[in-house]
Design a binder for this molecule. Structure first.
Ligand code: ADE
Ligand code: ZN
Length: 359
C-alpha cells in the first residue's frame, strides 16, 4: 500500500512509537534460513515460502511455533534483536515496547533470564550509540498453554521488572482457555508493579475485551477490533480511555478481519480503524509480527490513510502511541516534545514549499 511520495516522506520522518510488536514476529525467512543452517536443519525453499504465505489464524500460530523453534540459545535471540534494531530504525521508530514470548521459552525449557539478558544487551548496545530506538519489554504468556505456565511467566516478569520489563501480557488463541483462569497471573504481575495488556477481540468476540478489562485489569487491548460489534463496549472504551493496539495488516492476514466483519473477502479498506478512532477510542498503530505479515509500520500508517484517515488524524494516532506507552512521565514528555518538534518543522517546510509554488 503506497502513499504519494511527499506523504510517504512525511510519514517516514514522523518519529514513531510501536507498542504491539513481538520480537519473534520479526523473524524474517532469511534469518530462519541462517538459523536452520547453524543447527544443520535442511530447509526446503518451497516449504519456507509456503509457511510464510499466511491464510488464517491457525496457520499463523503454526508458523510462529515453527519459526521460533530455531531460536535455541541466547545468541539467537541477540541476533534477532540486532535485526530488529535495523528494521525499527528504518521506520524511524524512536520508542518500542517489545513483547517477548516467554511462555514459548519456558515450554522449550530455555533459560529465560539468559535469553532476556542477551536481548536486552543487544538493544542497549545500539541505544548507547544513539542510533537505536529506546525499548522496554513486555513478557507474554500463551493462552492455550493454560494458567500455570502463565503464572510462571508473570513471576519471571516480576523478577526482571528492574531490568526493563514493564508489563505482563497474554497472547495466543483466544478461543482456547477462558480469561478468568488467568486472574492469578495478572494479579501477581499487578502486585509487583507491572502494567497489564491482553490480546482480546482479535478472533474472539466483544466479551473477550470486556473480560480482559473487568476480570484481568488490562490497561491496553491487543487488537480489540471486535469492539466494532458492540456500541456499548465502544462507549466504555472511549469513556475510560482504554487504548486499542490496532494492527491492520495482521488482521487481514490472520483473517481476523473476515471473522469480525463476517465476510469472506475483506480488504484493508474495510478495516474498522476509522470508525473506532472517530468514536473517540484511543488508537495506537502497530505491526504485531511484521516479518510474518510482510509489513512495516510505515505501511500500516499508509494503509490507515487509504482507509480514509487524514494526515492530521494520523498525527493524533502517532501521538497516542507515546501517550499510552508505559513510560514515566518525564520520558513521555521528552518523546512528545520530539514529535511536536518534527510536526512543526514539517509544517514550516510545507509553508515554504507553498510560498515558492505561488511565487
Ligand atoms: N502472538 C504473536 N502474535 C499474535 C497475535 N496476532 N495474536 C495472538 N497471539 C500472538
Ligand atoms: Zn500480538
Amino acid at each position: 500500500m503506497l502513499a504519494s511520495s511527499d506523504t510517504a516522506l512525511l510519514l517516514r520522518q514522523l518519529p514513531k512509537a510501536e507498542l504491539h510488536l513481538h520480537l519473534e514476529g520479526m523473524l524474517l525467512p532469511e534469518r530462519v534460513t541462517s538459523l536452520a543452517q547453524k543447527y544443520s536443519v535442511r530447509l526446503d525453499a518451497d516449504e519456507l515460502r509456503c509457511r510464510y504465505d499466511l491464510r488464517g489464524f491457525s496457520q499463523f500460530l503454526e508458523l510462529y511455533k515453527w519459526a521460533t523453534s530455531f531460536l535455541r540459545e541466547p545468541e539467537d535471540y541477540a541476533q534477532l534483536a540486532r535485526d530488529s534494531v535495523i528494521a525499527l530504525n528504518q521506520q524511524n521508530v524512536i520508542y518500542a515496547e517489545i513483547t517477548l514470548s516467554v511462555g514459548v521459552m519456558f515450554l522449550r525449557k530455555q533459560n529465560v533470564a539468559a535469553n532476556f539478558a542477551a536481548i536486552r544487551e543487544a538493544f542497549l548496545q545500539n541505544a548507547a550509540t544513539g542510533a537505536g530506538p529506546h525499548v522496554q519489554f513486555i513478557f507474554d504468556a500463551v493462552r492455550q498453554f493454560g494458567a500455570a505456565p502463565a503464572l510462571e511467566v508473570a513471576r519471571s516478569a516480576a523478577d526482571l521488572s528492574q531490568e526493563g520489563v514493564v508489563a505482563f501480557g497474554l497472547g495466543g488463541d483466544e478461543l482456547s482457555v477462558p480469561l478468568c483462569d488467568f486472574r492469578d497471573a495478572f494479579l501477581h504481575a499487578h502486585h509487583h508493579g507491572l502494567h497489564l495488556v491482553c490480546h482480546a477481540g482479535e478472533t474472539g468476540g466483544p466479551d473477550q475485551i470486556k473480560d480482559a478489562i473487568d476480570l484481568l485489569g488490562a490497561q491496553r487491548i491487543g487488537h480489540g477490533i471486535a469492539a466494532i460489534r458492540s456500541s456499548a463496549l465502544m462507549n466504555t472504551l472511549a469513556e475510560r480511555k482504554i487504548p486499542l493496539e490496532i494492527c491492520p495488516t495482521s488482521n487481514l492476514r490472520t483473517s481476523a478481519l473476515n471473522i469480525q466483519l463476517n465476510s469472506a473477502h475483506c480488504k484493508l479498506a474495510d478495516h474498522p480503524l476509522p470508525r473506532l478512532f472517530r468514536h473517540g477510542i484511543p488508537i495506537t498503530l502497530s505491526t504485531d509480527d511484521p516479518a510474518m505479515f510482510h509489513t512495516t509500520l510505515l505501511e500500516e500508517y499508509s494503509a490507515a490513510l487509504q482507509m480514509g484517515l487524514s494526515l492530521d488524524e494520523l498525527r493524533i494516532i502517532a501521538r497516542s502511541s507515546f501517550e499510552h506507552a508505559f513510560l514515566p512521565d518525564p520520558a513521555r514528555q521528552s518523546f512528545l516534545a520530539r514529535l511536536a518538534q518534527s510536526s512543526d518543522s514539517q509544517a514550516s517546510v510545507r509553508t515554504v514549499g507553498r510560498a515558492i509554488h505561488n511565487e
